[in-house]
Design a protein. Sequence first.
Length: 389
Amino acid sequence: MSAGEAKIGRRAVLLLAFASLTAASEAPRSDVPAIMDPLPLPAGPAAAQAAVRLKPVAHWAGVFQQSWDYQYENSLPMSKSTDSWDHYDLSYSVDSCIAMFRATDERRYLDRALEFVENVADSAVPSSSLPSSQYRDGYRGWSSTQSGEGGDEVPLYESYFWRYGTALLVAMRTAPAIFGNAGYRARYERLLRFAEVDIFEKWYARGPGDNIYRERTHMAAHWALIALNLSRVTVDPARRARYRAVADNIDLHLPGRTAGLRGQMRRNPVEATAYFWNDVWGSARRPGQDVSHGNGVLAYVVEARAGGRPWSGADMAGFSALLTKVIWPGGRAYSNYVDGTGSDNGWFSDGFVKLGRFDPAVQLRLEGHQVVNDQFAANMALNARILRS
């Protein structure tokens, strides 16, 4: 598995210093209770009091702006790269700009995300022209020679980027002033065609079992988010049906497995109000999913909840309890695994931070987090807008 998902990323700027802790592990255990009853929803005066004290969107926009120039300087070359590993890193910048657009409605954020995604699409070439491709078919894409890939086309790197490339399409489609603008509309439709054919259709045609229904929860979650996003914007009923089927399969009944992502969820062995899961399908062994890769699962389920998928408010409460009571019980102590064991660096920017949009108390807790980069700040801004809407 690529180390990239477990790092903050070369494009991130740490606006507040922190001490990176050394990861630890322990022998697997299986003493994890199954989920039986729904986890409780947050309630009571604490949440209401937290909402009153929350920092506004403007605060987080100011934090985000501290790395505005740096982000562009470092991300623009990655967007023009023909190596998909660079797009993997670029995904964080795209997510941050989309979140800032959704939080503020300011077009400069949309324009930057759009520039990055268009550059990536423009750098794609037919697979048949990639000398070391294992496919060499007519679909467009990229190879990678970084991280030991040797010139292969890598579905992980593409799905990692295009979960946010397709999120851009949703943001444009759901903003009437953008979708009604002829210039933006033409750019939107071009990217939609690319994402439908040269991302989703390409990897589905090459074999969904190997390339979409992946062997780890977080890898499949990337494709679930792509399918969810495309199902919300496609105009083709047949494609929409396939996207929904893929999301259903990953959520509920992964092909060849006994269950899907929801079936992985268990009560946490150290905190009954929190969720636990293992990243290996069908396993409930401790220590479970590592937190860095767990961000990928959270990036999906947060949008799935908002997009009408079978993830409830109680589910979000279970994930929130996992964050605040198990992974990050206080101070600068961060667990490496979802059972609370090991030590990690507290990078929540690509998934766990997004839980703040469901509960003011979680948002308030995140305001005290010391690991703050542009992606974290942007999603805190979006959380703040959603909580006040």
